[in-house]
Design a protein around this ligand. Sequence first.
Ligand SMILES: Nc1ncnc2c1ncn2[C@@H]1O[C@H](COP(=O)(O)OP(=O)(O)OP(=O)(O)O)[C@@H](O)[C@H]1O
Ligand SMILES: CC(=O)N[C@H]1[C@@H]2OC[C@@H](O2)[C@@H](O)[C@@H]1O[C@H](C)C(=O)O
Length: 401
Amino acid sequence: MHPHIKALYNSAQKPSRLIIGLMSGTSLDGLDVALCKVTGAGLNTHIEVLNFTTVDYNDDYKTKIKQVFAKRECDLELVTLLHPWVGKLHGNMVNQCLAKWNINPASIDVIASHGQTIYHCPQSQHNHKSFTNGTLQIGDSDQIAVTTGITTIGDFRQKHIAAGGEGAPLAVYGDYLYFSSAVESRVLLNMGGIANLTFLPKNGDANGVFSSDIGPGNTIMDAYVQQHFIGQHYDDGAKIAKAGKVNTPLLNALCNNAFFNLPMPKTTGPEVFNLAYLNAAQQLTNTQRLSHEDVMATLNTFTATVIANALNECAERAQNCVVYASGGGIHNPLLMAQLTALCPRIKAFKNTDDLGINPDAKEAVLFAILANECLAGEQQHLSNTAQGIAGVTMGKVSFAD
Ligand SMILES: Nc1ncnc2c1ncn2[C@@H]1O[C@H](COP(=O)(O)OP(=O)(O)OP(=O)(O)O)[C@@H](O)[C@H]1O
Ligand SMILES: CC(=O)N[C@H]1[C@@H]2OC[C@@H](O2)[C@@H](O)[C@@H]1O[C@H](C)C(=O)O
């Protein structure tokens, strides 16, 4: 047997494994690195996050990625070069974290890497009749494995697509295994660049579970701030939005998009919800001269409105739903206050800290869970393809040499 296969075989049989989950999201703020001790598998999974950090990206990374990110047309040579470059960078960032945490790389069973999404196009978004769904993540796992010396499992989304899904949200797999409750109906709400949710009815019945993207989280707000407030990446504490007034015609135009009328589950990305989307709505409503503060106030309410609509749909399916939020949006006080006001039927808004998982780390932990399932999962608990949840094992294995 090849020594790498033997090592994986041994890892799979251990009662618990050390897995590093890596997530680089649509906000391009940094690489989330979660060192997890994962015990068991399937519904008996237990996670302890031993260390978590976000390694910030420098301007060079952001500039390079933005040349291809969510762009229908871009330099194919650059995409080709970025694939190994991002992988090596992520590998170096892991090495840096392990050194800082004083952890021996040899003690890590596997790295679970999401990579960097550069384009996402479900069928509902593109007009090519002969194609189904597509999504593309760069940051080659072979580079990570070679750079760190640690076996790396990556490229999780392609199997979901191969099984008929849209390649996202994958959160449901971790959410179901880890956050289901017998006594409480839960909505796990993540507000990153794009907002998504997982609905977990309290009986734990996999047939009632669903997961879907909702629409923009922070993505348009971030893009607007970056364009007009040089040096700022986002509206810290919603200071800009709080200083403005919501413009109702612009809000209505922003909310008027076919995506919002599609039934869940569905997925989207910054390919749709971007500055061009805002500009088109401003032109339509003749609101190009609004102050930046008013635009930000309107964008904040737009995000809150679309998220609230989806949460209210969940509240119709189960009484006394509790929302557990995660992602950078939880740090936006205006957004959180608006959500609470717009969702009177949601019993309580909490965050995933209340369930033992740091809300900023949640997506990186998800990929550690998916890698653990790839290694040690014995059966698929979710095979409800009607809800867009394929019962498949995800991830591709890269060895260090
Ligand atoms: N203090 C804060 N005030 C306001 N907004 C904040 C604050 N901190 C973070 N955010 C928002 O959260 C964003 C980062 O969120 P997160 O890291 O969850 O996104 P992501 O993982 O890249 O996105 P996705 O889940 O869509 O891939 C920031 O770009 C910003 O918009
Ligand atoms: C294609 C892609 O990268 N999608 C991300 C993005 O960020 C949030 C939302 O859009 C979600 O669908 C997904 O990430 C999370 C981790 C998921 O798959 O659950």
